[in-house]
Design a protein around this ligand. Structure first.
Ligand code: ZN
Length: 133
C-alpha cells in the first residue's frame, strides 16, 4: 500500500484540513510555503493518465474548497496549484495529488518557465498532432 493510501486508511497520521467521502486534504510534511497542502482522491490513481472524469470532478471540486479555506484562514491572495505526473515531472509519491501552495511576499519559492519559440509552421504541425487525437 502506498504512503498516501496509508494516510487515507489512518495507518499513518497526517495534519488533515479537509475530508469528505472521496477526498482528503492534509498539510504537506515538507512545507514549501506556509500552508502547503496536498489534496488527494482517497481512491488510488497513480497519475493524471489513470484519473477518470468522475474522480477528477470530485477532486477539483474539493481543490476549490480547500483553496478558499486557505485564502480565508491564512489571509492570502496568491496561490499556486501544482501537479506532477511521472518521475521526469518530479512526481515523488505515485498516488495522484495536487499541491496547493499559498504565496507570500519574498517566500523564496520560484517557478521559472523557460521560453521556447516556435515558427508558425511548427505551431500548426504541433496543434494538428495534438488536436487530432
Ligand atoms: Zn495510494
Amino acid at each position: 500500500m502506498c504512503v498516501f493510501c496509508k494516510i487515507v486508511e489512518g495507518e499513518i497520521p497526517a495534519y488533515k484540513v479537509y475530508e469528505d467521502d472521496d477526498i482528503l486534504a492534509f498539510l504537506d510534511i515538507s512545507q514549501v510555503t506556509v500552508g502547503h497542502t496536498l489534496v488527494i482522491p482517497k481512491k488510488h490513481y497513480e497519475n493524471i493518465f489513470e484519473l477518470d472524469e468522475e474522480g477528477a470532478s470530485k477532486l477539483f471540486k474539493a481543490v476549490t474548497k480547500v483553496a478558499k479555506q486557505l485564502k480565508t484562514s491564512l489571509q492570502i491572495e496568491n496561490l499556486n496549484i501544482l501537479n506532477n505526473n511521472g518521475k521526469l515531472a518530479y512526481q515523488s509519491v505515485f498516488h495522484y495529488h495536487i499541491h496547493l501552495l499559498p504565496r507570500y511576499q519574498n517566500d523564496k519559492f520560484s517557478i521559472n518557465f523557460p521560453t521556447n519559440k516556435l515558427s508558425e509552421t511548427e505551431f500548426i504541425e504541433l496543434r494538428d498532432k495534438i488536436g487530432k487525437n
